[in-house]
Design a protein around this ligand. Structure first.
Ligand code: NAP
Ligand code: ZN
Ligand code: ZN
Length: 348
């Protein structure tokens, strides 16, 4: 079926209107009218081919919410009119160890990502959420509660789950101190989620102008990360750090903020060639760990959406028409958004 969207035609290219084919509705598929789609920094990395392997034309977007318009004959969990979400993945093998553990994002045979991935069903490439509709196999469609503001829910599908999952995996306990490095789309969700789980939250930001904002979002303390003295004053104060910074930075400085047994979890993913330098002493000097985490599995994404509905958590968004997407990319790179751009798809 014909779909309308916005695509980049080449690495680093501007996005513009694009017509393309979606696969026909299969027996296990859900067809969705997309209402809103968030702009994740990963979309910008992908359009710029920062990580290699990008495919063009590319319709980015993996923070999708919409309304079901049709379902295949073997679909049991959804019906037309349901509010649903689609995140970073639309399929996986379902058979390997990670898939069986509900960790489809680490599928040994390669998960099918929402865009710029090979579609196992159609044989073509996947196209993402900056578009009017999408067809996704039932198992990768999430339910969105009527309690949640719809547009502000879109960013939960990536920024929400990417920060929820490590807080759970590293077993955050009430009363612990969580550092959040970078107050952008992921970072502001990390603040809200960690706070809701009973943590003391400290934000490390490069932006002096976000100091009051960070407190409004729930942080108890704000460190301006460029102020090395301020960073040093906070040595050995944090149990867990969620590091969302999308560029190389001084990891040893951040590691020094951890208490003994503390862990820094990388979720920010700088471009392929860049590397973090970690000195052995930074780890050994406090029995510290470095971890990394990729989004979250499908079951956990549903758990996160239900958790957010119960706790009244959504993203702080700036709603834009699709014509502003190129401008939004520039502003995101300049850390000039509070805190996620969401495209209103009715503007297509
Ligand atoms: P974002 O909205 O642009 O936020 C990133 C924040 O990091 C900025 O707002 C800024 O915060 C800070 N920052 C930016 N450049 C910096 C630099 N050079 N040095 C220090 N701080 C800097 O991006 P996002 O959407 O949250 O994504 C963040 C990263 O996570 C990206 O690399 C993205 O690809 C990655 N990501 C990973 C996953 C995963 O599964 N692991 C999922 C989604 C996204 P301040 O103004 O507060 O300094
Ligand atoms: Zn994302
Ligand atoms: Zn698998």
């Amino acid at each position: 079926m014909k779909a309308q969207g916005y695509a980049a035609r080449e690495a680093g290219g501007k996005l513009s209107a694009f017509e393309f084919e979606r696969r026909q509705l299969g027996d296990k598929d859900v067809s969705i009218d997309i209402k809103y789609c968030g702009i994740c920094h990963s979309d910008i990395h992908q359009v710029n081919n920062d990580w290699g392997g990008a495919s063009f034309p590319m319709v980015p977007g993996h923070e999708i919410v919409g309304v079901v318009n049709a379902v295949g004959k073997n679909v049991a969990r959804f019906k037309p009119g349901d509010r649903v979400g689609v995140g970073c993945m639309v399929d996986s093998c379902g058979k390997c160890g990670p898939c069986k553990m509900g960790l489809q994002q680490y599928c040994e045979n390669g998960a099918t990502f929402t865009y710029s991935s090979k579609d196992k069903v159609s044989g073509g490439m996947t196209y993402g959420g900056y578009s009017d509709k999408i067809v996704v196999v039932e198992d990768f469609v999430l339910k969105v509660s009527e309690k949640l503001d719809f547009a502000a829910t879109a960013p939960l599908l990536c920024a929400g789950i990417t920060t929820y999952s490590p807080l759970k995996h590293w077993n955050l306990k009430p009363g612990q101190t969580v550092g959040v490095a970078g107050l952008g789309g992921l970072g502001h969700m990390a603040v809200k989620l960690a706070k809701s789980m009973g943590a003391h939250v400290v934000v490390m930001t490069t932006s002096e102008k976000k100091r009051d904002e960070a407190k409004r979002l729930g942080a108890e303390k704000v460190i301006i990360s460029k102020d090395t003295e301020d960073m040093k004053k906070n040595r050995m104060t944090m149990d867990l750090i969620i590091d969302t910074i999308p560029a190389p930075h001084d990891m040893n400085l951040y590691l020094s903020l951890l208490k003994i047994n503390g862990t820094i979890v990388l979720v920010g993913l700088p471009e392929k060639e860049s590397q973090h330098v970690i000195s052995a002493g930074s780890l050994i000097g406090g029995r510290r760990s470095v971890g990394g985490s990729n989004i979250g599995g499908i079951e956990e994404t549903q758990e996160m959406l239900d958790y957010c509905a119960d706790h009244g958590i959504v993203s702080d968004i700036e709603l834009i028409p699709v014509s502003k997407v190129n401008e939004a990319y520039v502003r995101t790179v300049n850390s000039d958004v509070k805190y996620r751009f969401v495209i209103d798809m009715s503007s297509l």
